[in-house]
Design a protein around this ligand. Structure first.
Ligand SMILES: NC(=O)c1ccc[n+]([C@@H]2O[C@H](COP(=O)([O-])OP(=O)(O)OC[C@H]3O[C@@H](n4cnc5c(N)ncnc54)[C@H](O)[C@@H]3O)[C@@H](O)[C@H]2O)c1
Length: 256
């Protein structure tokens, strides 16, 4: 039996680690032997996840950072280089939608820009700083969080634009960085069961949304954060060493 851990000896940054998908990814990476730096703007939730990981024997630390701030992102990566001396894996998960369910006529420039900042700008800044460490190492794995709405959405305009942008950006850096043995891939989940939705919608509306979505998906359920964490692990591991510039739909077959 092969019991080897898939990320043994690797140093990984997981952003959005205080959230549902980021938390599950940080847990999974730590359980596969990585030293994980959990990054989030939400100190309480991030430290909660850190406590669980460390409590179950994982190697981890956390950094409270607003990833839309260039200064804070630069500081984060310089601290990681100083403390760990390397960075093997960057998983950009932080993000969200602050303009959901608006009609085209209701697009609000401020909220639209916030979506672009929170999703796309934060991802670009983190990739830029990570590459400064990964290039001299001659090795790196970048996994960016898109969404199934990269294909388009009837009511998430700035959000889908930001997630489509993340896919194009990921392909572009994959082309530019392949010669340095750095891969870059993107994740595109359909609806994932996270607490943030229950908090935002309330349990009843959430239940209706989850059930209606599950009914439409061929696998007849929505995703769990662990489904996405498994896909992130694949892209971050040696199993995906010849895969770059791709987007992986974690969708239970939605929109086939
Ligand atoms: N849940 C879904 O159905 C779904 C589907 C497709 C894609 N996604 C994407 O997955 C990612 C994670 O979402 P989730 O569902 O786990 O939601 P979540 O709200 O639980 O997690 C998002 C995390 O990002 C953090 N964050 C937001 N802005 C930040 C900033 N400026 N700096 C640092 N941290 C910041 C939040 O504090 C939060 O902990 C997001 O990018 C989201 O767009 C989610």
């Amino acid at each position: 039996m092969n019991t080897e851990m898939r990320l043994q000896g690797k140093t990984a940054i997981v952003t959005g680690a205080g959230g549902g998908i980021g938390g599950a990814t940080a847990h999974r990476f730590a359980s596969e032997g990585a030293t994980v730096i959990l990054v989030d703007i939400d100190a309480v939730r991030c430290r909660e996840v850190l406590g669980q990981i460390v409590g179950s024997g994982g190697q981890a630390s956390c950094a409270i950072v607003d990833l839309t701030s260039e200064t804070q992102v630069v500081e984060l990566f310089s601290n990681v280089l100083r403390e760990h001396g390397r960075l093997d894996i960057l998983v950009n998960i932080a993000g969200g939608d602050c303009e959901p369910a608006a009609s085209v006529e209701e697009i609000d420039p401020e909220r639209a820009m916030k979506n672009l900042d929170m999703n796309l700008k934060s991802c670009m800044l983190c990739c830029r700083e990570a590459v400064k460490i990964m290039k001299p190492q001659g090795h790196g794995r970048i996994v960016n969080m898109s969404s199934l709405v990269y294909r388009g959405s009837p009511n998430q305009f700035s959000y889908s634009a930001s997630k489509g942008g993340i896919f194009s950006f990921t392909r572009s850096i994959a082309i530019a960085l392949g010669g340095f043995n750095i891969t870059a891939n993107a994740l595109a989940p359909a609806l994932v069961e996270v607490d943030a939705f229950v908090r935002a919608l309330g349990p009843d509306r959430w239940k209706m949304l989850a059930e209606a979505s599950a009914e439409r998906y061929p696998l007849k359920r929505i995703a769990k954060p662990e489904d996405v964490a498994g896909a992130a692990l694949f892209f971050a591991s040696d199993d995906a060493s010849f895969i770059t510039g791709q987007i992986l739909e974690i969708s239970g077959g939605a929109r086939l």
